[in-house]
Design a protein around this ligand. Structure first.
Ligand code: FMN
Length: 189
């Protein structure tokens, strides 16, 4: 059975580099066998700050944007969060998108592509307890990290491999596919 993986762009500001990092990552791994990738850009999703009256875990959603977000996120077997480091944390846009839902994320793996001055190491550490709380399996050990991000692309838009730390995109995907397959099977048992 094929796996559906969402690559989620966590930053939304107009001059962000996040979309380019996500496009580069997706391009590197797009030929992974039996995996369908979907790029989700939170700047396009445009979720307002959490405005559901009920707890996400009850799934009693009242807003159309939540119902749409729920249906979309529920359809995946695993996720790659592409996130910058903002003052040693991750962007509020990403936290907001996570907090809208609960069961839709649960029992699924999430891998990380971090970027910033030091590859987003601090921000990835913050994400682990957050995603664990909603029952996701965080794959911190194979995070891709892009250091000195402002110099990561040349004038033609080519990625500089010298800015890569941590895992390669392929190694991240090996790990994500292993967990996504195992948990997909477990969820359907
Ligand atoms: C509000 C803000 C805070 C930042 N804080 C950090 C930081 O703590 N550590 C770091 O390495 N880079 C930091 N940076 C630099 C970002 O990593 C860099 O600008 C990156 O391009 C931001 O991602 P984005 O372009 O996708 O928004 C910060 C940038 C912004 C806008």
């Amino acid at each position: 059975m094929s796996l559906k993986i969402a690559v989620i762009v966590g930053s939304t500001r107009p001059s962000r580099v996040g979309r380019r990092i996500a496009d580069w990552f997706t391009d590197q791994v797009s030929n992974t066998p039996n995996v369908d990738f979907t790029l989700i850009d939170l700047a396009d999703v445009k979720l307002p700050f959490l405005d559901e009256p009920g707890m996400a875990s009850t799934q009693q959603y009242q807003k159309e944007h939540t119902k749409k977000w729920s249906k979309l996120i529920d359809s995946f077997d695993g996720y790659v969060f592409v996130t910058p480091e903002y003052n040693h944390g991750y962007p509020a846009s990403l936290k907001n998108a996570i907090d809208y839902l609960y069961n839709e994320w649960a029992r699924k793996p999430v891998a990380f592509v971090g970027y910033g001055s030091l590859g987003g190491s601090a921000t990835l550490e913050h994400l682990v307890p957050v995603v664990s709380q909603i029952g996701m399996v965080p794959l911190l050990n194979t995070s891709v990290k892009v250091i000195d991000v402002w110099g990561a692309f040349d004038e033609e838009g080519n990625f500089s491999e010298g800015n890569l730390r941590g895992s390669s995109p392929e190694k991240l995907m090996d790990n994500l596919v292993w967990w996504a397959k195992a948990l997909q099977k477990a969820r359907t048992n």
